[in-house]
Every structure is written in structure tokens, then in C-alpha cells.
Design a protein around this ligand. Structure first.
Ligand SMILES: [Fe+2]
Length: 348
């Protein structure tokens, strides 16, 4: 069960060129294409006649012709042509999903079309800022429920164990976490004082010596994670401290799309407050992040298998507070959505 009234990433913008693309989200098969003016369109990927995926048909301007018998659909999902008969059959339509293109990504609104609101997409403060660099890589496919990924992205502790050679160092094992609820989701964070700069960051941090380090992990409902990393010379960091001129700041944006209950597609990019033009820094960051996320992917796929096939109960730890609060908050939103849907149905 997923929160429906929300935007989810369907693809990188450049993945949707001029043909028909089939994507799976929330267990629903969707055909995605562009109108001649470039606007993305998303329709149910199944002809109402014999359910041939429309993505196996032909795109003609801003219309799709089914590859089996030529039923033709416009961008609203309405059948406008049924070859061989005069009247369009009354059930000849497919579902149309609202779309949006922003931050190099194509988004689909999975809920009631009338509720689709572009303002619901969070803003990204430093995206497109000439003083900030950006790096990104291909989407990651995971064989797990997307909430195992949001658990992971509200869990700064795991870097000590999963990412020993990149994001982690010793102080990540024991420094206590703080957890806060916001209107949009949950934040888990901690300042670690006078620590080593962890390996991933050491080639990018401009100052020498030890550091104060912030790990700030935020997940907003239903599936946007913003991970902020700050390294600042030891003695200059901490809550409320002004940002030191030599501070390293990296903001990692993570967008999880549930493919279905057991699979997730995970899009990501990082913004950094230095070397904005450097393709080499971007390349190094992308490779380092890709390697680290591969460590997560292997763990999360195995956790999914472990939890699915478990023979004994599982336990929670203190570090699970943030992830569990997020799941509770999300469940409340899903329940409210269900209730509203029930109330909207006519009483028979
Ligand atoms: Fe991780």
C-alpha cells in the first residue's frame, strides 16, 4: 500500500525521448512519451480491447495507436478512433496520469488527477545555483520494498558498518542521534566533534586536520530523502554555529519510486558547495556514491529476503526511532487517504 496523492519519479528526463516508454510504478504499468512540444504524457499501458501494452503500438504526433487493431488514444486517455466500426465503444479509454518535469526528472502523480499540485514538489535550494556543483548517476534497481530504503536513509548509524571505507569512521558507531518530526517528515541528525574526515570526503575537504561533522538525514513523505553532510574545521561546528568559510557541504537528494511491493527504483544526485564547474570532481563523486549505494543495495536486498522469510521475530534498536516514526506518520497519511476515498464513494 502506497501513498497515492504524491509525485513520484518516473524517469530521468533524457530517458524519455521521442518514442514510447513503459515504466512500472505502484504495480501499475504506465506508458510514457512526449507530445511534439516536449510535454511528458503518462497513460495506462494497456489497450482496453485485449490489453496489449500501448507501448507496443505507434506514437503518431500526440496520439497512440494500439499495435493490435489500431484503437487510437489521445493524451487524455480517450479513444478517438476505432477502425472497423462507426461508434467508439463506451469503455474505450485508459487512465491518464498528471505529469511534471523538474530537476532533470519526469514525475507522475499517482493519485486522484484533480488533486495533482505542482506546489507539492519540494523545492531544491541549490539546484541550478552557479556556486554549487552537481553530480548524478543512473537509477538503482533494488529488490526490496521502498520503505527499507527510507529506513536506511533515516539511519546515520549504518555508515559505520555498511560504508566502513567511504562514509563511515569510528565516531559514527556511538555518537547519539537526535530525532525530530516536521510537517513534511522526519529528521535524524547528530554533530560529531573533533573526528577524522571519513575516506569518501577526505579528497574533497579543503582544510587539513580533524573536523566537526554533521550528519543530517531527512525523509519527507512519501519518498524524498535529503542527506546533508557538513565537515568543518574541528571547533567550528555544532548546532547554531555559522558556516565556516572552508566548510564542506554536500546535499544528497534521493528519490525512491516503488515499482511494486517488492521492488524499488532509486534516483539520486548530489549538490556540493565547491568546484561547481569541475567535471572531474563530479565524476569522482558519482563513482564513490555509486560504489557506496551498491553496498546498500546488497544489504537491503538481503534484508528484504531475511524479513520475508523470517522464522523468528525481529527486534528494534534505539537507532530505529526515526525510521519507525516515519513509518507511523506515513501510515496515518495513507489511512487518511483511504478514509477520504471511502467517504467520496456514493453510499449504495
Ligand atoms: Fe548507506
Amino acid at each position: 500500500m502506497f501513498l497515492k496523492n504524491a509525485w513520484y519519479v518516473a524517469a530521468w528526463a533524457e530517458e524519455i525521448s521521442w518514442g514510447l516508454n513503459s515504466v512500472r510504478m505502484h504495480g501499475e504499468q504506465i506508458v510514457l512519451f512526449r507530445k511534439p512540444d516536449g510535454t511528458p504524457v503518462a497513460l495506462e499501458d494497456a489497450c482496453p480491447h485485449r490489453k496489449l501494452p500501448l507501448s507496443k503500438g505507434r506514437l503518431q504526433g500526440d496520439r497512440i495507436e494500439c499495435g493490435y487493431h489500431g484503437l487510437t488514444f489521445d493524451c487524455s486517455g480517450r479513444c478517438i478512433r476505432a477502425p472497423g466500426q462507426k461508434a467508439i465503444p463506451p469503455g474505450a479509454f485508459v487512465r491518464a496520469y498528471p505529469t511534471l518535469e523538474r530537476w532533470g526528472l519526469v514525475w507522475i502523480w499517482m493519485g486522484a488527477p484533480g488533486r495533482a499540485d505542482p506546489a507539492r514538489l519540494a523545492s531544491i535550494e541549490h539546484y541550478g545555483d552557479p556556486a554549487w556543483g552537481i553530480n548524478r548517476g543512473e537509477a538503482i534497481e533494488l529488490d526490496c520494498h521502498y520503505l527499507l530504503v527510507t529506513d536506511n536513509l533515516l539511519d546515520p548509524s549504518h555508515v559505520a558498518w555498511v560504508h566502513r571505507d567511504s562514509f563511515g569512521e569510528r565516531s559514527c558507531e556511538d555518537t547519539p542521534l537526535k530525532t525530530a518530526a516536521t510537517d513534511a517528515g522526519i529528521v535524524v541528525y547528530r554533530w560529531m566533534k573533533d573526528v577524522e574526515v571519513a575516506p569518501f570526503y577526505s579528497s574533497f575537504v579543503r582544510f587539513k586536520g580533524r573536523a566537526d561533522r554533521l550528519q543530517r538525514y531527512e525523509v519527507r513523505y512519501p519518498s524524498l530523502a535529503i542527506i546533508e553532510a557538513i565537515f568543518t574545521p574541528a571547533g567550528t561546528g555544532g548546532e547554531g554555529a555559522a558556516l565556516h568559510p572552508e566548510a564542506f557541504v554536500m546535499e544528497s537528494y534521493n528519490f525512491m519510486t516503488p515499482v511494486d511491493e517488492g521492488r524499488t527504483r532509486y534516483y539520486w544526485f548530489q549538490l556540493r558547495n565547491f568546484a561547481p564547474e569541475s567535471a572531474e570532481v563530479s565524476r569522482q563523486m558519482t563513482q564513490a556514491v555509486r560504489d557506496a549505494f551498491e553496498e546498500d543495495r546488497l544489504i537491503l536486498n538481503a534484508v528484504q529476503r531475511g524479513m520475508t522469510g523470517s522464522q523468528t521475530p525481529h527486534i528494534d534498536l534505539a537507532l530505529d526511532l526515526g525510521p519507525l516514526r516515519f513509518r507511523r506518520g506515513l501510515n496515518q497519511l495513507i489511512a487518511a487517504e483511504e478514509q477520504a476515498r471511502g467517504e467520496a464513494k456514493p453510499v449504495t
